[in-house]
Ligand binder design. Structure first.
Ligand code: PLP
Length: 386
């Protein structure tokens, strides 16, 4: 019996591992399973592949290989950068961030607050935009780090990270950008960007879960968050996850090759889906600015229906989408991102994120556009809200 068809529109939650990536990593699970730190040939050979993968992910962001620290995920990368900024500058006890960051950043800042650090969450406008003069004014003499994501995972809204990096450089403050949602969609050039830290997570670019990286700009002081063996030149303890690192390297090459497709074909599919919903279903509105925005993301509010119900009926039709970030789905709290943008709790609770990727086809978009009007009409008829 074949499994039912899946229409996957949740690429900001995670992505399918590319077949080329699976091929690249398998030898490191089957034959080449040595420890890259071992001194004998069987280990050293594995170490060479680790170096090659490091060079490949560095090329994705135009960094030097020695500026890459492999971590277990995007969450660890964000936590590690903020931790390092605070411990290398113990006299500075303030973190400046935004109200719409991923929980990988928000929850760490909440923890810091409980430990006596001062955290400022910058507000955003109704279209999700940041007020840069306010950001600049909010940098204090005791600000250790400014942490602003590049692309919002829920709305796709982009922040002007180059300008923010320039402000931080002028003010002499470290700058971290969580770029987890950007590879393959935006060209990342850390030399032009001029951030001190940048986080990535491999499972957002068609590699497995459980591997991420932190870019640490040359000459920026760094203190590890995970301490143990001297792996990663003493910057992250723990035997390297070789197969996943190799996978990340291959996925980085594919992400560069897919930039064009993501920004033309995938963007056109996203626009077709969004325009089809906004034009075809009454009482719908986009959350967040139309531009600048990731080419794959569309977040839409459906008046008078709960996202939970929509997701359930979409699921029955084989369609995967989400409300808010995957990590907060399941909780009844309205999205903190949409709330920060001034959406009412009702609107935030009636919003769905569709996030496309390179494996989506026009036929899949047509299928969603065919299913969705009936789902919304059914829910509006059966359970009108407020
Ligand atoms: N930052 C952003 C913007 C994300 O979207 C995510 C994952 O959804 C993360 C960080 C966390 O990445 P990971 O799942 O690798 O910890």
């Amino acid at each position: 019996m074949s499994s039912p068809a899946i229409y996957y529109f949740d690429n900001n939650a995670t992505t399918r591992v590319a077949p080329e990536v699976v091929e690249a990593m398998l030898p490191f699970l089957r034959e080449n399973w040595g420890n890259p730190s071992s001194t004998y040939l069987f280990g050293r050979q594995v170490g060479e592949h680790l170096d090659q993968a490091r060079t490949r992910v560095a090329a994705l962001i135009n960094a030097e290989p020695r500026e890459i620290v492999f971590t277990s995920c995007g969450t660890e990368s964000n936590n590690s950068a903020i931790h390092s900024a605070l411990v290398t500058q113990p006299e500075k006890r303030h973190v400046l961030t935004t109200a719409v960051e991923h929980s990988a950043n928000m929850k760490f800042c909440e923890l810091l607050e409980r430990r006596g650090y001062a955290i400022t969450h910058l507000p955003v406008a109704s279209d999700g935009a940041l007020d840069l003069p306010l950001l600049e004014q909010s940098i204090r003499p005791d600000t250790a780090i400014v942490s602003v994501m590049w692309a919002n995972n829920e709305t796709g809204v982009l922040f002007p990270v180059r300008e923010i990096a320039a402000i931080c450089r002028r003010k002499g403050v470290l700058f971290l950008t969580d770029a987890v949602q950007t590879p393959g969609k935006l060209k990342i050039d850390v030399r032009k960007l001029d951030a001190d830290f940048l986080s990535l997570s491999a499972h957002k670019l068609h590699a497995p879960k459980g591997i991420g990286l932190l870019y640490v700009r040359r000459r920026v002081k760094y203190q590890p968050y995970i301490v143990g063996g001297g792996q990663e030149r003493g910057r992250r303890g723990g035997t390297e996850n070789v197969a996943n690192i190799v996978a990340f390297g291959r996925a980085a090459e594919l992400a560069m090759a897919n930039l064009e497709d993501e920004n033309t074909r995938v963007r056109a599919l996203r626009d077709k889906l969004e325009e089809g919903i906004l034009g075809g279903i009454p009482g719908t509105a986009r959350n967040g600015a139309k531009e600048p925005r990731l080419s794959n993301t569309s977040n839409i509010a459906f008046d008078g229906v709960e996202a939970e119900g929509i997701l359930m009926l979409l699921d029955q039709a084989g369609i995967c989408a989400s409300s808010g970030s995957a990590c907060t789905t399941g909780s009844l709290d309205p999205s903190h991102v949409l709330t920060a943008m001034g959406c009412s709790a009702a609107r935030a609770r009636s919003s769905i994120r569709f996030s496309l990727g390179i494996y989506n086809t026009e036929a899949e978009v047509d299928y969603v556009l065919q299913q969705l009007p009936g789902i919304i009409a059914k829910l509006r008829a059966s359970a009108p809200v407020g």
